[in-house]
Write a protein that binds this ligand. Sequence first.
Ligand code: 3PG
Length: 306
Amino acid sequence: MKVLVATDKPFAKVAIDQIREVTDAADMELVLLEKYGTKDNLLKAVADADAMIVRSDIIDAEVLDAAKQLKIVVRAGAGYDNIDLAAATAHGVCVMNTPGQNSNAVAELVFGLLVYTVRNYYNGTSGTELKGKRLGIHAYGNVGRNVARIAKGFGMEIYAYDAFCPKEVIENDGVKAVASAGELYKCCDIVSLHIPATAETKNSIGRALVANLPKGGILVNTARKEVINEPELISLMEERPDLRYVTDIMPAAHQEFCDKFPGRYFSTPKKMGAQTAEANINAGIAAARQIVAFIKDGCDKFRVNK
Ligand code: 3PG
């Protein structure tokens, strides 16, 4: 039984060691394919894999076709928009994610990005503080909740909007629930995005929402680049020299953002949200355990395809 870890962006070594302990104990062979670069390398490596652990690696119909023995693929992380679920189902492959396992890491990075932004990228000039500012959390899932917890420590006023999370759950955390996304952007100085990339959310963050931000507003994105309507955000930022955009997912139009908005735009060079030893260990071990439970006992908790 071969478990392939196919991660173009590798886990920390300490996480691999702990994943290996789980697969060894289950008499499974662990094979590593890290920084594989081209899809061809991935296609070759999946040929004899029974199970796979991936991150943002693209698992499309071609990869699934090449993975003749594959029974399960676990996305060690939250978002599974990189996996073709319909193709997986058609190939009889179970797809799972590991919800919550890397959410603290992503939430901490939100504040890393925000402090860097409000202190003017540490350029020596006077910036502002987060204390007392109104933070809007757009989608109150595992990451959103951690963002709220940390924001309390900064002394921020916290608001959230989530179409699917009951108001009581949000308010129990001492966070003000608002009734619409538009209202969230209107009443907050900073909005932090935590929506998944789905057919409904792709391109959904554009002019109509972001224009609601008050003067000096900041949009921070540690979710997905696909949720942003980049042309609309660019034209809005051209009209509104007070707005800033900071992201952990480099936009397709990165160079245009850099050229047009110096001092108002920052992107990490590579998505770093979940790139901590702790997140790698938590998500990696969860993925390995879910594979063992599925192969040995047929347990499909956390399955995301039908
Ligand atoms: C997730 O969906 O879990 C995060 O975006 C982290 O993605 P990564 O594993 O590619 O860093």
